[in-house]
Design a binder for this molecule. Structure first.
Ligand code: SF4
Length: 450
């Protein structure tokens, strides 16, 4: 292609912070810039410009994003030149006009809903002039490795009282089926072996479509359609970030009965107490959640459960915290993320009475993390002696030489630990049958049996 053959206009160094959704956004900006004539630099010293895609989910994530930006500015100010930096994503979306006076080191700010204009921004910073506008409407996304995250929606309408995401990412928008389908087909054509469907609230995908929109209209129908789109290749399909109310009979059946869809259910409950959930602007009760997880275990035999506990919400009593620990224990979650509540600017919970002091939050968080680890390590150890399919993700150097690293269907990539393989005959991107021989923490050791 002529676009690819012409000399690069400059080299871009990418830094991505935060969640998988940001990885997807960086991939898209990288693809847009590549199509417009910019190559990638893998070291800031080789770059003409740096792009930092930031996270602002928690105050600590905002700080980390700003620190990473400043560190890059400092490192690149070598007395000869300083690297222009474009700050993208959630921090500019959240803090907007407050940022330029505070961060003179940054050449340009790009909010999440402005990222399709990244080529014009980079052109502007580097003084590149074009005869024709750089807009590339349907750029093909490229990823490295065997796993690809695919966004099926953006934004969120739930307005949980502790969460700034709806103010950063805007109202909920389902992505059109044709867009999802063509991206999935391209990714599978590139050799991707696992598609992970993500969004802030995946369970309500399609509910905002107009009545005349054809194709799948619910998440259950989408899972079946994605599975059909990846055939005949052997590809796993995983969906993350479900909500308890979204677990319809139709969705449970789709997860259970569609061979490509791994029976891995990620429902971040945040809490089990009806009182705390109500204060969080969420719904449900301990009894309803217990009943839901019992039903899921009954209807999807062998499924894996992941959840999240937001510890120390304003007004959380010690008894409510202990009930949440008992709830985690009773439901035997395979994986639990534990976050300490932090009062986020602009959210209702930040102004609520009953804010817990930091020591109390720390103590409760530690107790929850200890339990999450005990449950998670035991669940991991329970796989020893079993056989399961593993995607080979890469090669790592160890003291004893090199080993292959992969992940089983019951391990979400980047979150749940890995499988260390005692074989070198498999190649990266293979799906192999593995027998697990040992475990440590969330990691498994195994040998390839087929
Ligand atoms: S569901 Fe709640 S916690 Fe999740 S992104 Fe939406 S508002 Fe935030």
């Amino acid at each position: 292609m002529a676009e690819e053959m012409r000399d690069a206009l400059g080299a871009v160094y990418y830094v991505t912070l935060g969640c998988a959704k940001n990885e997807v956004d960086t991939d898209r900006m990288r693809s847009l810039l590549r199509s417009a004539g910019y190559e990638e630099a893998f070291d800031p010293g080789d770059a003409d410009i740096a792009l930092v895609n930031t996270c602002s989910f928690l105050a600590s994530a905002t700080e980390e994003s700003i620190e990473a930006t400043l560190a890059l500015a400092e490192e690149s100010a070598d007395g000869v030149r300083s690297l222009p930096i474009v700050m993208c994503g959630c921090v500019p979306s959240r803090y907007g006009d407050d940022l330029p006076p505070e961060l003179p080191e940054v050449a340009a700010f790009v909010k999440t809903d402005e990222e399709d204009a990244i080529v014009s921004v980079v052109d502007g910073v580097l003084g590149v002039e074009r005869a024709t506008p750089p807009f590339v409407p349907d750029v093909k996304r490229t990823v490295e490795g065997s796993v690809a995250y695919v966004k099926i929606s953006d934004g969120c309408d739930r307005f949980c009282s502790f969460c700034a995401i709806p103010y950063i990412r805007g109202r909920y928008r389902s992505r059109a089926w044709e867009d999802i389908r063509s991206e999935v087909v391209d990714l599978v054509g590139e050799g991707v072996r696992e598609i992970v469907l993500i969004g802030q609230d995946t369970g309500i995908w399609g509910e905002d479509f107009a009545e005349d929109v054809a194709g799948p209209r619910t998440l259950a129908q989408l899972l079946v359609a994605v599975a059909e789109a990846v055939r005949p290749e052997r590809v796993w399909v995983r969906v993350l970030y479900l909500q308890p109310e979204g677990m319809t009979d139709e969705l449970i059946a789709a997860i259970r009965d569609t061979p490509e869809v791994v029976p891995y259910i990620d429902i971040p409950v945040q809490h089990c107490s009806a009182r705390v959930l109500k204060a969080m602007n969420r719904t449900g009760s301990e009894e309803e959640l217990d009943a839901l997880f019992a039903r899921l275990r009954r209807e999807i035999p062998g499924m894996i459960l992941r959840t999240t506990y937001l510890v120390g919400f304003p007004g959380e009593t010690f008894e409510e915290h202990e009930r949440m620990l008992a709830f985690m224990d009773r439901n035997g979650f395979d994986y639990t993320s534990v976050f300490a509540f932090s009062p986020e600017d602009g959210t209702r919970a930040a102004k609520m009475d009953g804010q817990l002091d930091d020591d109390e939050k720390l103590e409760r968080t530690q107790a929850a993390q200890d339990l999450a680890e005990a449950l998670g390590f035991a669940a991991t150890a329970a796989h020893v002696g079993e056989r399961a399919e593993v995607i080979v993700d890469g090669i790592e150097e160890t003291d004893e030489g090199v080993e292959l690293i992969g992940h089983a269907w019951f391990q979400a990539p980047d979150s749940d630990g890995a499988v260390h393989l005692d074989a070198t005959e498999a190649t990266v991107g293979d799906i192999v049958e593995v027998e697990f021989t040992d475990s440590f923490c969330y990691e498994l050791v195994g040998h390839v049996v087929g």
